[in-house]
Design a protein around this ligand. Sequence first.
Ligand code: HEM
Ligand code: HEM
Length: 132
Amino acid sequence: MPRIAKLYFRTAIIFLIIGISMGLNMAISQDHSAIGAHAHANLLGWVTMAIFGGYHALNPAKAERRIAMIQYCVYTAGVALMVPALYLMLTGNPAMEPVVAIASLITFAGVLLFAVIIFSSEAATRPAVTAH
Ligand code: HEM
Ligand code: HEM
């Protein structure tokens, strides 16, 4: 498996652990105010990151490009900032709202970079075919 795919799955499982912990905490405390942080940790973290990782595993040539690592860093930074800031905002810290807004835009930038990866041609990274 390409390095970036492994990295995405390792990051994704951490977000699933965090997301499920928040879900269990909500269920046990019967206070569901952190629902948005729980939903987005699981969906932007576990689900979307696993899809990104799966895409790279299926496209190993694209996984080796520099934009793949840049995209990973931007997207992961966005989600890693968004989830705790959203959790704090929803559990009584409205001052976190601008942080959530900035983190959402960073996450969106990561998604746009992934669109560039998806639409880019695979041929550009294929090793040149030489005649023997
Ligand atoms: C043991 C694991 C989990 C527990 C205990 C749990 C618990 C909860 C709880 C208590 C709520 C609030 C329900 C409400 O107020 O209506 C919730 C909502 C939600 N959960 Fe989980 N959850 C778990 C796993 C997951 C996973 C793995 C995902 C996604 C991959 C997920 C996605 C969601 C979503 C999207 C919502 C919001 C649903 C809505 O808007 O009505 N949950 N969860
Ligand atoms: C930067 C990206 C995203 C932003 C800024 C965003 C923003 C929001 C907002 C403002 C809400 C309404 C919350 C409320 O009513 O309290 C929401 C709900 C929801 N979003 Fe997102 N979203 C994003 C990405 C996603 C993605 C990628 C998924 C699924 C893969 C998703 C799934 C959901 C679900 C299931 C809900 C309903 C659960 C809840 O009430 O929190 N979102 N989102």
